[in-house]
Ligand binder design. Structure first.
Ligand SMILES: C[S@@+](CC[C@H](N)C(=O)[O-])C[C@H]1O[C@@H](n2cnc3c(N)ncnc32)[C@H](O)[C@@H]1O
Length: 186
């Protein structure tokens, strides 16, 4: 990750902590960075970007030819995400698509090898179902807030944990919340 992206993340860390803004944050961010370093995906997608914190984290840790697509339903926030990515020096690696993910996902072309899901909790399974045909074997899917919103994401967890061997899935526990990391088997 470049110094510029790191500086931007540090600034956002301070602001989001101060104002209690729900971004993925440092502890989960470390796990995401490790996953990106291990799996080296090149076509990533994020659902729910808010101010661009997780987008900067992901785009900054992708290998040089890696690209990230961000889907954000709030048009004002989508512009903000774009501008924050520019400030972090990552604008050219990221495409920000404004719109409801459930409408946008079916229209996206190409395939993905990394997914970060962090929008409407009850819709996690629908996002995944729409993305599944576009995922390559070995794709890594990270779902945030599976601890705090366990009841809302229950159908999603059931899908990735009991899918007849299609997914290899495990929970990362952070005490106050959890994140589910699932890998699509070949
Ligand atoms: C928890 S925030 C995302 C935080 C961000 N991933 C981070 O860690 O920096 C959830 C975001 O999802 C967006 N969102 C809500 N419903 C959505 C939908 N149907 N499609 C796309 N984005 C959505 C919200 O506008 C909000 O910005």
């Amino acid at each position: 990750m470049t110094k510029r992206a790191r500086r931007m993340l540090a600034l956002m860390d301070r602001a989001t902590t101060l104002w209690h803004i729900p971004v993925v944050g440092r502890a989960k961010g470390r796990v995401i960075r490790r996953l990106l370093e291990r799996h080296r995906p090149t076509r990533a997608i994020e659902i729910g970007s808010l101010l661009g914190y997780s987008a900067i984290l992901i785009a900054g840790a992708l290998p040089p030819r890696g690209r990230l697509t961000c889907v954000e339903s709030n048009p004002y926030l989508a512009k903000f995400v774009k501008s924050n990515l520019e400030v972090a020096g990552l604008g050219r690696r990221v495409k920000v698509v404004g719109g409801d993910a459930l409408r946008v996902l079916p229209l996206l072309s190409g395939r993905f090898d990394f997914v970060f899901i962090d929008a409407v909790k009850e819709d996690y399974l629908d996002y995944l179902r729409q993305l599944e045909p576009k995922l390559v074997p070995g794709a890594v899917v990270v779902a945030d807030n599976t601890g705090v919103f366990r009841r809302d994401v229950a159908p999603y967890l059931e899908h990735v944990r009991a899918s007849a061997g299609r997914w290899e899935s495990r929970e990362h526990d952070f005490g106050d919340d959890a994140m589910e990391v699932s890998i699509l088997r070949g």
